[in-house]
Ligand binder design. Structure first.
Ligand SMILES: [Zn+2]
Length: 177
């Protein structure tokens, strides 16, 4: 478990950069919302320090993720692929109290508390869950659509078969009797 966590402050100071791919199955809270655990989420993250003139340094973290997981269509209950995209820039502060204070003072800034045992993948999973659409549906559900396709197309074939049967019947009376 220790391998999964990093000292986020040291990582940002060192201009940390990391990326990877995660199986949905490795993200159980996300996976529980999907129609299938098969597939991966690609992610990357970058840290840097900003020094506003006259101000103290500010630690920044950017998190990107993309995936195309399957959700359950609300119309037909079959799986439907959705686009999942995360692009968040966060300010990292020393503790929860500072995060809460800054959140109150400057609500337009996304701020979270850092930690020396920061779970970056947990943050990525949180962001991915928030980026999932609340409802998913096919543009056109396949289940009712199929009926029409199969009704229309074989008509030529069946009329051909009927014609063959008809000609067989026509010919047979004389032949059998
Ligand atoms: Zn559907």
């Amino acid at each position: 478990m220790d391998q999964r966590t990093i000292d986020i402050f040291a990582w940002i100071r060192a201009l940390g950069e990391d990326r990877g791919e995660l199986q949905y199955a490795a993200l159980p809270r996300l996976a529980s919302l999907l129609a299938s655990e098969t597939g991966t989420l690609a992610w990357e993250s970058r840290g840097w320090v900003e020094r506003p003139a006259g101000g103290s340094e500010v630690m920044m973290l950017r998190v990107l993720a993309s995936a195309r997981p399957m959700l359950t269509c609300v119309n037909c209950l079959e799986p439907v692929a959705v686009d999942l995209a995360v692009d968040r820039t966060l300010r990292i502060v020393g503790d929860e109290a500072s995060a809460a204070r800054l959140d109150e003072q400057e609500p337009e800034i996304d701020v979270i508390a850092g930690s020396r045992r920061f779970d970056l993948l947990e943050l990525i999973e949180d962001e991915a869950i928030m980026a999932l659409p609340p409802l998913a549906r096919h543009d056109q559900c396949e289940v009712p659509g199929r009926w029409h396709d199969e009704d229309d197309e074989p008509e030529a074939e069946s009329s051909g078969a009927l014609a063959a049967l008809a000609s067989l019947k026509k010919g047979s009376p004389g032949g059998v009797q």
